[in-house]
Design a protein around this ligand. Sequence first.
Ligand SMILES: Nc1nc2c(ncn2[C@@H]2O[C@H](COP(=O)(O)OP(=O)(O)OP(=O)(O)O)[C@@H](O)[C@H]2O)c(=O)[nH]1
Ligand SMILES: [Mg+2]
Length: 336
Amino acid sequence: MHFIDEAAITVRSGDGGRGCCSFRREKFVPRGGPDGGNGGNGGSVVLRVSPHLSTLLHFRYRKIFKAKRGQHGMGKKMHGKNAPDLVISVPAGTLVRDVGTGDVIRDLTAPGETLTVASGGRGGRGNACFVSSTNQAPDRADPGAPGEERALRLELKLIASIGLVGLPNAGKSTLISRISRARPKIADYPFTTLFPVLGVVSHRDEEFVVADLPGLIEGAHRGVGLGHRFLKHAERTEGLVYVVDASDPPEKIVAAYRTVREEIGKFRPGMETRPSILAFTKMDLTGSRESAEKTGALLNLPAGSVYYISAVTGDGIMGLLDGMAALRKTGPSDET
Ligand SMILES: Nc1nc2c(ncn2[C@@H]2O[C@H](COP(=O)(O)OP(=O)(O)OP(=O)(O)O)[C@@H](O)[C@H]2O)c(=O)[nH]1
Ligand SMILES: [Mg+2]
């Protein structure tokens, strides 16, 4: 599956501070020696892999990153301070390209890994640096070197951390279109979704990628229907949301939940025990409340793992998103 998140940013490192031209002034010393300090180095712009990010969504709001200039040198041989580096957090898996050359600069993968994308200009030397046997009173001081500007293209292959699974027509695509910008086709017939669709969810101060997977039916692991081909995309997720149609009768919902769970387990033993929650959707339809409550009692799932929502009215969605965010914290998946 191909789903690439992209961002275009401009980075600029800081100029070096100016060197200072100054002469010592003291009582009884008519013409003191040169004492101009060096300028500080400008700040560099550095990309660093943060384990807390999984998308490039935050670059929608900020595209220009400028590090500060180094401090200018001062008299009494005082050097200007170096400016701090400007550190930009990116998710693991970010591919960094130079727009000018089109070349890949690096593929950032390990959490904590850093890449300097624009080096700060060096500070200029003050006149104290230029003293020599032939020139005891130099009046030369260098300006700081300019910083550099670079246009970058960031690319990230998105990996879903939450998978939506359920029978065809359960309402998975409607749900993902409610919680993200993804716009999969929605229709009142089974197998509407033919390929997994990824959506980036931004919830409270977190962001994560959710996959809407094609509906699963009995025998899916053997290749019946469409779902099996895409179950592998659910493999790397940290958690699953079982989506069931609450307007169905309780027995049917129980069967739907069990079928989907079994298919997942048969496809990849152990995957059915991955952290999961159950979402009863279509709660806006008549009879859904009663049906969902009866089903809840039949399944006897732990409190806090069941959610009641309507992807059409938006009811219960915030709570479900909290539940998804919590699934991610339950821990990384076992086999990947
Ligand atoms: N009233 C109501 N209808 C819904 C809700 N969610 C989905 N539907 C309807 O249910 C039908 C199926 O929705 P989809 O989102 O396409 O279902 P799906 O699970 O993605 O189906 P497949 O792609 O075939 O697996 C559509 O007619 C939707 O309009 C809901 O919360 N309330
Ligand atoms: Mg669908």
